[in-house]
Structures are given as C-alpha cells and as structure tokens.
Design a protein around this ligand. Structure first.
Ligand code: NAI
Length: 336
C-alpha cells in the first residue's frame, strides 16, 4: 500500500472542525496518509501582513497535494485573500467543480452530472485596478493565449480520462471580441486535437438561461475566470448548494482540494458544521492520488448516510452534529 504525504491547512471558523471530521473519516478507511498540518495564514502582528503563511506554501510545494479548509477574507479593505494568494503562488490554474445530485438533498433537478473547469489565474482577477481620475476607475481584464491554451488542454485531457463526451466553451466574444475572442481561438486549437470529444460554444448569458432550464443537456463547461466563478455557484445551486459540492485547484506541480463554502462564523465552534463539502473534496483528492477504490467507498458511504437521512446535519434539514454525522459515515463504510 502506498503512503501519501499531504499538507493539511485546517483553515478558520468551521475549518478546523470540518478538517478534523474529514481526516477522521479518511483514517477509518485505512488509506495511508501522513498529514503535515499547518496554518494557512502568517501570524504577523500587523493586520496588513496577516496574509499567506510562506511555510504553508513550501509544504504544499514539497508534498504536491493539499487539503484546505475555508479562510476568512475582509471585504473592501484589510489583508489580501489568503485563498487567492495560495492559488496564485502555487499556480493552481485549473479550478475543477463537479456538480452532481446527492440522494435526499432537495434540489430543483435530478440526475445532474456536470463538470465545470474554470481558469483560475487571470481575467478580471488579475488585481489590476486603478483610479484614472476621481470618480473613474479602470479594472483590467487580462486574457493570454498561454493560460487559455493550458486550461483548455486540462479540460480536454480530463474529459478523455474520465469518459466525458462534450465540452461547451463559455464566452462573451460578441462584445469582448479581442479578449474572449483570444480565449475562444485558443480553445478551438486545442479542441481540434480531440476529435472524439464534441466541442460547442455558448455565450455566457444564454448559457446561464440554458443551464437553469435544462442542465441535463450539458456535460462539461470550460470557462474563463469570472464566468467560471459565477456559473460554478449557479450550477451548485441546481443540486442543493455549496454544502454538497467539492472543488479542486490543480496546477502542473501541485493540487489543492478545498470546500467552496466559507468559514461560517455564525456556527463556528458549535459542533454544527456539515463536513460534506470538504469530505467530497477529499474524495477528489484520493482520486488524484490514485486511491480510486477508497474514493468510491467514501462516496458510497456518504450517499448512504444521505439516503437514510437519520444522521444528517441541520443545514440540510437533519438534526445531527458534526461528530454524529462523521460517525455515521464511518459506520456506513464498515457496513456491507
Ligand atoms: P459562508 O459560506 O461562510 O456562510 C454562509 C452561510 O452558510 C452561513 O449561514 C453558514 O452558517 C452556512 N454554512 C457555510 N458552510 C457551512 C457548513 N459546512 N455547514 C453548515 N453550514 C454552513 O459565507 P460567508 O458568510 O459569506 O463568508 C464567511 C467568511 O468565509 C468570509 O470571510 C469569506 O471571505 C470566507 N470565505 C472563504 C472561502 C474559502 O476559504 N474558500 C469561500 C467563501 C467565503
């Protein structure tokens, strides 16, 4: 059996609780993981410098795989986002968001099975904003051939290795002819190398309407950063929200798996958090590590607990606390 070394960044708010529950469940499967637990934020005395912990970055670089809980970000001021800093510093350019129904979780649709691939490093998230004159600001949308090509390659390779049949590239190239135009041209060049995968294009506003009317018509969506941010949460809403979908940030050198919900300060420390999203992200991590059987075992156990609906947490209509839920998943792992 292979031993893996994984960086664990528990995060803040409910982060340490959901991280501990996830670790507990993974350990119960017998999978061999040596965890290197480390804080994501530096403990500098200055608020502005309370940003990403360089030792955490080094740890992820060394181990190449990380599991991360949520971390807080101040709105309109304060230190820059640790989450964004980690993704940028480690060049985790692909954001992978599978969206599938969880049995027993109320949702508008059944049988949804989507994969969204979002470019994670450029577009309007380049942080290039300035005031031109008082009352006028400029925010720069950066699209490069290099980043568009590598995210397209990631998406098509993913489709090939996971038996996916169709990719829609999402854009607004009718208006942003240069930037989204370059994104599309780059994607088309990659698509031409994968003739077995059906390739289509859709303007983002139409895509939003189509996906809420009939999500089953889609298989994979490939999106630049901003449209990807919006549409991946929209897609999560089709199956019951951010509490039941996983996420991965993947680069050429390393990968970081994290829940997409935040630190939930209203319930932090009360034992009420639902660890499902981080647990599902850890299932993606096990898949990435080549531990496909263990990943499938946990997925089956989790679905069983949701189907039986006796030990689910309050956010999904149950009554259980985090420990009862984690124990139920472990019990389901060990049942025939
Ligand atoms: P949030 O996701 O923390 O909370 C929104 C609502 O969902 C709250 O009522 C919360 O109790 C509930 N909730 C979230 N996760 C839950 C879970 N696992 N189990 C049960 N209930 C859950 O969003 P909010 O309040 O906008 O953000 C709080 C902080 O989290 C902010 O500082 C924000 O910047 C940060 N954040 C961090 C993210 C990350 O680290 N990737 C992602 C999103 C937000």
């Amino acid at each position: 059996m292979i031993r893996h070394k994984v960086t664990l960044i528990p995060g803040e708010g409910i982060g340490p609780e959901v991280a501990a529950a996830t670790r507990h469940i993974l350990e119960a499967t017998g999978v061999q993981i040596d965890w290197e637990e480390i804080a994501g934020r530096s403990d500098s005395s200055s608020d502005q410098e309370k940003t990403v912990n360089q030792a955490a970055v080094e740890s992820v670089r060394r181990n190449r795989v990380a599991l991360k809980g949520p971390m807080a970000t101040a709105i309109a001021g304060g230190a820059p986002s640790v989450n964004v800093a980690l993704r940028k510093t480690l060049d985790l350019y692909s954001n992978l968001r599978p969206v599938k129904n969880m049995p027993g979780v109320k949702s508008h649709f059944e049988n949804v099975n989507l994969i969204l691939v979002r470019e994670n490093t450029e577009d309007l998230y380049s942080g290039l904003e300035h005031e031109v004159v008082p009352g006028v600001v400029e925010s720069l949308k950066i699209i490069t051939e290099r980043a568009s090509t590598r995210i397209a390659k990631f998406a098509f390779e993913y489709a090939k290795h996971h038996g996916r049949k169709k990719i829609h590239a999402i854009h607004k190239a009718n208006i942003m002819k240069l930037s989204d135009g370059l994104f599309l041209r780059s994607v088309r060049a990659v698509a031409a190398q994968f003739p077995d995968i059906e390739y289509k294009e859709l303007i983002v506003d139409n895509a939003c309407m189509q996906i809420v009317m009939d999500p089953l018509q889609f298989d994979m969506l490939l999106l630049p950063n901003l449209y990807g941010d919006v549409m991946s949460d929209l897609a999560a809403g089709l199956v019951g929200g951010l509490g039941v979908v996983p996420s991965a940030n993947i680069g050429d050198e390393c990968a970081m798996f994290e829940a997409v919900h935040g630190t939930a300060p209203d319930i932090a420390g009360k034992g009420l958090a639902n660890p499902t999203a981080l647990l599902m992200s850890s299932i993606l991590m096990l898949d990435h590590l080549g531990e496909r059987n263990t990943a499938q075992r946990i997925q089956n156990a989790l679905e069983r607990v949701y189907r039986e609906a006796k030990h689910t947490t309050r956010d999904v209509g149950g009554k259980a606390g985090i420990e009862e839920f984690a124990d139920a998943v472990i019990d389901a792992l060990n049942r025939k």
